[in-house]
Write a protein that binds this ligand. Sequence first.
Ligand SMILES: *Cc1c(COP(=O)(O)O)cnc(C)c1O
Length: 397
Amino acid sequence: MIMKKFETTLITSGRDQKYTYGAINPIIQRTSSVVFNSIQQKQQAVNNHNTTDKLFYGRYGTITHFSLRQSMTELENGVGCVLYPCGTAAITHTILSFVQPGDHILITGSAYEPTQKFCRYVLKRMNIDTTLFDPLIGNDISNLIQHNTRLVILESPGSITMEVQNVPSIVQSVRKKKSDIIILLDNTWSAGVFFKALDIGVDVSLQSGTKYIIGHSDGMIGTAVSNARCWDQLQEQSYLMGQMIDADTAYMASRGLRTLYIRLKQHEENGLHVAHWLAQHPAIERVNHPALATCKGHKYFIRDFSGSSGLFSFILKKRLNDLQLSNFIDHFKYFKIAYSWGGFESLILVNQVEELRPIRPSGTLDFTGTLVRVHVGLEHPSDLIHDLSDALNRINA
Ligand SMILES: *Cc1c(COP(=O)(O)O)cnc(C)c1O
């Protein structure tokens, strides 16, 4: 039998008759209560409540959720998926599903800031210590593993500075040193499409589906897709913590999946176009786009990823002062100043190096100019390049 191609999986997954009732899309089933016809049927539902697609109680999901969980599981080659109200909830509750007081966790110093802050402020209260490590650590991670290290949290490419991690080497070293450590990876950047975290040996692949999966900046969702060894614990613990999303948002995420591949391919093409233009601009020191040789960990990107999305950053030669900064960023036509990314539209944010210092291991920031992060949307790239060109002219760079 010929294995179906990935693009086809995104179209077909979660669309069995039992989810669609004969429509094209899964039905939207909004409910809290599930009505049982007999006490015996109710008992059966209780016994089955851990199977992923039997109705039991609304908090455990309805047909709409079952369909999306099935799709995400197929997308990321896992055995099961838990849905959360946002990406941050997916990350924090996955962590909480596996730790206990006295544990130690290792987290990449390129991780999304709220992930780091959760460890620093919430886990700390539970007597769980966190060590930040250089995202490019590779094999040397084994030197940081302690007798009580319980979790390793990766994110590749990293937030803002975009370092691509040597995930296979990190996974191998961790497994060799202490095989019961659980390895999580924030896979939002690749949307689970361009990087197959579980195939490389990661235990749980986390995503902010708020980004590319929903894809239209009009909803929030988080996903955690697990391999077999972590699935029962992740599912049960998340359920115990009351993690749940509404059926309408689950539906929007399923809908997003149908066009995910083609949107990503266009984000990739537009992003590369803009990145290459920026790379030759005299005002720019360096472009941190994983597909460009100037990005840290580029060789791992070439080896481990099958494509790039639309999010990257670049560093100006100059450090802009406050006036220059507002001149630069306040007058874009197409790039909007906003958090988040992964929708159809272009977005921009800036960071000065001192803003990044508290969320990076010491010595890993090797620049002084202002950092600009862009999400390249689905506008025509030549319009976006004009927009960026005008902005760079405004600072006489
Ligand atoms: C946005 C983001 C998150 C958090 O997602 P929310 O849905 O906003 O909670 C987590 N990780 C990465 C890499 C992100 O970009």
